[in-house]
Design a protein around this ligand. Structure first.
Ligand code: BES
Ligand code: MN
Ligand code: ZN
Length: 496
């Protein structure tokens, strides 16, 4: 989909299939809206007055214009209460313009933006226009999506374009994550995922290092390697270094760590067949970290950042890890693997320890589709947040609300930590019973970070969506990219 910007004055004489009017809960038409209403012989005002349209977000009306008119139709889209409009709502409005236009079969539309940052609206439209359609061989491009061109008319096209361009690296990071998460596991495995990270990031100046099994074996990554040991695909650790403070900068980085289980069968503790296909997106945490690195490097963020992702495939096999096996993690701590399906924490254990030891980061944020229990607790609209540091937790919660990727903090405490003490090793990889499954998983991770401010985001409920949202079609959401990009921008760039 092409996105463009024009000045209001130009819009009047532009040929287009559809004009989009944004109308709030006051149901007032702008000056341009009133002119259009006249052209329509009063049909627009009448449609608004006689329908259920109240200007709320998500509402819309399509008005067919008279034969003589230059435009075929006018789409009226509700924007909600004017005083409640934030950058996030502007993005949502942009997204709903795309879905409604597609729905109405509109190929080319011009949006009349009376107030608010047209660049933001366009960014939302772009996010919603994402498609993962490479595997359709029979659909014509037109069947795939109607809308081909969207132009935004505002008082200052240059300014709008600038604001849109500044957000472009963010959209690119989000799209990269969605692409990686949507790919099936016969295409994305630890090796191909590591290759994608190299291909996408090195061109932006990110240094990417990939460790294979021999290197990790030498380092003593017993926890991560145990998970991948039943797979024909070699496990990898990908380390991405972005020095936004200058190549020679020695400033401690901020670090992002991701769970990258490219397919989670459960291993010998095998999962039931129904729904197992969903476990192709069990690499969602690593997908977010890779997309985030792309965004940070793409917008030349003034920060030193490292991303570390542990990539494995969890398969049952003659060589696979057994329930009851004891492994020695990179930290030296031993783990009794009571359930091979609680594999994400094993992968993260070594990735977290590596990150802490080699980079001495200012903060570590990890992301993982870690537990089904977080979906029971929070559903699919909020990620679970765990942290050993109130300040970091508050920062994450705040930016989460701001960008509409909200989180909810859950506790960490001694009583939960006790649950993972093992009878024969330093710890076991599941709790003694099924209680508080997301918390015991987070307690496990905490044993692999020392005093560094650390936060864990359990994104099992939000990494993938079965329904469309305003700015994201169903499928991989890239939940976390926009959140962490904002965290960096607000709190960790420059001298902050
Ligand atoms: N990848 C799953 C968690 C998951 C479940 C993500 C559903 C998305 C949707 C994880 O590896 C897992 O299997 N966790 C187990 C842990 C249990 C064995 C303690 C779970 O949640 O059932
Ligand atoms: Mn699992
Ligand atoms: Zn998993």
């Amino acid at each position: 989909m092409k996105i463009g910007f024009i000045d209001n004055a130009v819009a009047k004489n532009t040929k287009t299939q559809a004009l989009v009017l944004l109308v709030g809960t006051d149901k007032k038409l702008s000056a341009a809206g009133q002119a259009l209403n006249k052209q329509s012989g009063g049909a627009i005002a009448k449609a608004i007055a006689t329908s259920k349209f109240s200007g709320k977000r998500g509402q819309n009306i399509s008005v067919i214009m008279p034969q003589a008119s230059k435009v075929e139709r006018v789409l009226v889209i509700g924007t909600g209460e004017a005083k409640k409009i934030t950058p996030a709502t502007l993005e949502n409005i942009g997204g709903s313009i795309v879905s409604f236009s597609n729905h109405a079969g509109v190929k080319d539309a011009v949006v009349l933006v009376e107030s608010g940052d047209a660049g933001r609206i366009a960014h939302g439209a772009e996010l919603r226009s994402y498609r993962f359609d490479k595997y359709f061989t029979k659909k014509t491009p037109e069947e795939k999506a109607a809308l081909e061109s969207l132009r935004f008319a505002s008082g200052n096209a240059k300014l709008a374009e600038k604001s849109y361009a500044a957000l472009k690296p963010l959209a690119e990071g989000v799209f990269l994550t969605r692409d990686l998460v949507s790919e099936p596991a016969n295409i994305i495995n630890p090796e191909t995922l590591s290759e994608r990270a190299v291909a996408e990031l090195e061109k932006l100046g990110v240094e990417v290092e990939v460790l294979g099994e021999p290197e990790m074996y030498k380092l003593g990554f017993g926890a991560l390697l145990g998970v991948g040991q039943g797979s024909a695909n070699e496990s990898k650790l990908v380390i991405m270094k972005y020095n936004g403070l200058g190549k020679g900068s020695k400033a401690a980085p901020i670090a992002f760590v991701g769970k990258g289980v490219t397919f989670d069968t459960g291993g010998i503790s095998i999962k039931p067949a129904g729904g197992m296909e969903e476990m192709k997106w069990d690499m969602g945490g690593s997908g977010v970290v890779i997309g985030l690195m792309r965004t940070l490097a793409g917008r030349k963020a003034k920060v030193n950042a490292v991303g570390v992702v542990g990539l494995v495939e969890n398969m049952p096999d003659g060589n696979a890890q057994r329930p009851g096996d004891v492994v020695t993690s990179y930290s030296g701590q031993t783990i009794e693997v009571l359930n091979t399906d609680a594999e994400g924490r094993l992968v993260l254990a070594d990735a977290l320890w590596y990150t802490q030891k080699h980079f001495k980061p200012k903060i570590i944020v990890d992301l993982a589709t870690l537990t089904g229990a977080i979906i029971v607790a929070l559903g699919t609209s909020r990620a679970g947040l765990f942290s050993n540091n109130d300040k970091l937790a508050e920062q994450i919660a705040k930016v989460g609300e701001k960008v509409d990727e909200p989180v909810w903090r859950l506790p960490l405490a001694e009583v939960y930590d006790k649950q993972i003490n093992s009878d024969i090793a330093d710890m076991q990889n599941i709790g003694k019973d099924r209680e508080a499954g997301s918390i015991t998983a987070a307690q496990f991770l905490q044993r692999f970070v020392n005093d560094v401010p650390w936060a864990h985001l359990d994104i099992a409920g939000v990494a993938w969506s079965k329904k469309d949202s305003d700015i994201c079609p169903k499928g991989g959401t890239a939940y976390g990219v926009r959140l962490l990009n904002e965290l960096v921008a607000e709190y960790y760039e420059g001298n902050k």
